[in-house]
Design a protein. Structure first.
Length: 243
């Protein structure tokens, strides 16, 4: 790690070395924050791996697939099941081991909905959506870390993204009464993908600068939902565009 000595004699990080997260962060805080970030991405990796496994089983294990497709009441319950675990998870996110147990249950429950969405989509489109999502997440994450090192701040995106997300939610509710055509659905999916791409930048910036060290569960859940929603909206856009 490169460093330089200021006029006052204090040793600071060299911003060009790639070690410091953002200007003005002390070496001790920088080290603690990097440890926190590694912990969050470790939890996030576990969530994504678990989601992949559960989705794979949901898609290719015929008894589960047939059960979910043939029972609309059970399907509706599965869709709302993640909310039953999300609120206790956020309440007990700092209480071990309850936080990890609830995190696992929440991840499995939401993975079932992802599996159902994948089961109703062709394998080619699912693979395309997965590749696109991976590329977008990696590039946006790298860009946010790069921009933070140079003093850029993305906190202003919060109100803008919330307003866009609320409008997107209202539009989805309207579709229950006024269904959109394939072209409009593809556009809707594209707009949703842009919104959740913005959320990845915004929440990664919060991870670097604003989440406290005991909010590792909340930070991982936030990024996890951003990535899943991005994947689902891209998949919807590709599916409707293909139609």
């Amino acid at each position: 790690m490169q460093a330089y000595t200021s006029v006052s004699g204090k040793v600071d990080y060299d911003l060009e070395s790639g070690e410091v997260l953002y200007p003005g962060l002390s070496p001790a805080e920088n080290q603690l924050r990097w440890g926190f970030i590694r912990k969050v991405y470790g939890i996030l990796s576990f969530q994504l791996l678990l989601t992949t496994l559960v989705s794979f089983v949901t898609v290719f294990y015929a008894p589960i697939n047939d059960l979910l497709r043939g029972n609309s009441g059970l399907l509706l319950f599965v869709i709302f099941l993640p909310f039953l675990f999300l609120f206790p998870l956020l309440k007990y996110q700092q209480k071990h081991p309850h936080n990890y147990i609830l995190l696992g249950l929440f991840t499995v429950s939401i993975s079932l909905t992802v599996g159902i969405a994948c089961a109703n989509t062709s394998g080619k489109i699912v693979l395309e959506a997965l590749i696109l999502t991976s590329g977008v997440v990696a590039s946006l994450t790298g860009y946010t870390f790069w921009a933070s090192k140079r003093g850029k701040d993305f906190s202003y995106l919060g109100p803008i993204l919330f307003a866009c997300l609320f409008t997107l939610f209202l539009t989805s509710m309207m579709q229950m009464f006024f269904p959109l055509g394939p072209t409009a659905n593809a556009i809707y999916g594209g707009i949703g993908a842009m919104i959740f791409s913005g959320y990845i930048v915004y929440d990664t910036d919060n991870l670097i600068k604003r989440f406290t060290y005991d909010e590792y569960i909340g930070a991982s859940v936030t990024l996890y939902l951003d990535i899943l929603n991005l994947f689902l909206t891209i998949m919807r856009m590709l599916r409707e565009g293909n139609n």
